[in-house]
Design a protein. Structure first.
Length: 313
């Protein structure tokens, strides 16, 4: 996949990568954000309702092989799983549609995003880098959060420690446009719900966990039995804003279940595969299109730029 030609977009993407490195340090071979992770393999099986929403290949095939990556936040490859800064958790899914043909979903465990645009997100990171989280009074971060209510709401949203990567819900950041074979289109955001239900640790329980408790646990869990999730889409109500990741839709909005993600094994060489794979937040296949959310092209460029550098390391 080639890089975009928009010079402003490329410059903003590089500035964001540089800012992540300024906050966390630079670790060749690892992502600037969500550096620590683990990969698994499995299968996606769609529901009958999936074809009614989209003509996408994996939503109409009997089943599709998948590769997934769970991750901690931060750009620190050795961040403890029970460090508060390691939340929200990430969950990326690749649907293997054919030889060198795939489509991805990138999600995290907090519903929403702190900013509407990449420029705002860069301002947020710069404020974070120049502030002491333990003494926010009068800091650049306090000023930013005071003038950006969506960012304040995101920061204040509870981010409990999951018992397992397999007992957490995950959310697509941006809306997608789903079109079925009849040409009918609806916008929606992904929701990925654990079959085992949401299970969390208290802060006190989390403090007593090992630094790799989630990575170790998911390996033991998948060795004992398949780890399952329901892949669903929250449908945008008529007239809803679909190009701003900071805006939530009503809680009672329609949800369509697309199918079951069934994870059956750890990847054979998880470190090597994490270094090589570059997830793409833009679907790039018939039946699912990106919305006009400005974060999409930016995130795609960041993932590609940092991914190429990671492969070279």
């Amino acid at each position: 996949m080639p890089l975009p030609t928009d010079e402003k977009l490329l410059a903003l993407s590089q500035n964001l990568i540089d800012q992540f490195h300024k906050i966390f340090g630079e670790y060749p071979g690892f992502r600037p954000a969500h550096a620590k992770g683990v990969m698994l393999t499995g299968t996606f099986t769609p529901t009958a309702a999936a074809a009614g929403l989209s003509s996408a290949q994996h939503l109409n095939a009997p089943s599709t092989p998948i590769v997934v990556r769970f991750s901690d936040s931060t750009g620190l490859p050795l961040v403890p799983d029970n460090d508060p800064n390691a939340n929200p958790k990430g969950f990326a899914i690749r649907f293997m549609l054919g030889e060198r043909v795939h489509t991805d979903i990138v999600s995290h465990s907090t519903d929403g995003f702190p900013t509407h645009t990449g420029d705002e997100f860069l301002e947020f990171l710069r404020a974070l880098a120049s502030s002491d989280p333990k003494n926010l009074a009068g800091s650049p971060l306090e000023a930013f959060l005071g003038s950006h209510p969506a960012a304040l709401a995101f920061v204040q949203t509870p981010k409990p420690f999951p018992f397992s990567f397999g007992t957490e819900s995950y959310f697509g950041v941006t809306a997608m446009k789903f079109t079925n074979a009849a040409g009918e289109s609806k916008f929606g955001r992904y929701r990925i719900l654990p079959a085992a239900g949401n299970q969390y640790l208290s802060d006190d329980m989390a403090k007593h966990q090992d630094s790799d408790y989630l990575v170790d646990e998911i390996g033991e869990r998948v060795a004992a039995a398949p780890v399952k999730f329901t892949l669903a889409v929250q449908i945008a109500p008529e007239g809803a804003v679909v190009d701003d990741a900071t805006i939530h839709w009503p809680a009672d909005s329609q949800v369509v279940e697309l199918g079951t993600l069934e994870l059956t094994a750890l990847s054979a060489d998880t470190l090597a595969e994490q270094k090589h794979i570059i997830f793409d937040p833009i679907p790039r296949l018939a039946g699912i299109e990106p919305s006009d959310d400005p974060l999409l092209e930016l995130r795609a460029a960041i993932y590609l730029m940092s991914g190429r550098k990671r492969r070279e390391a």
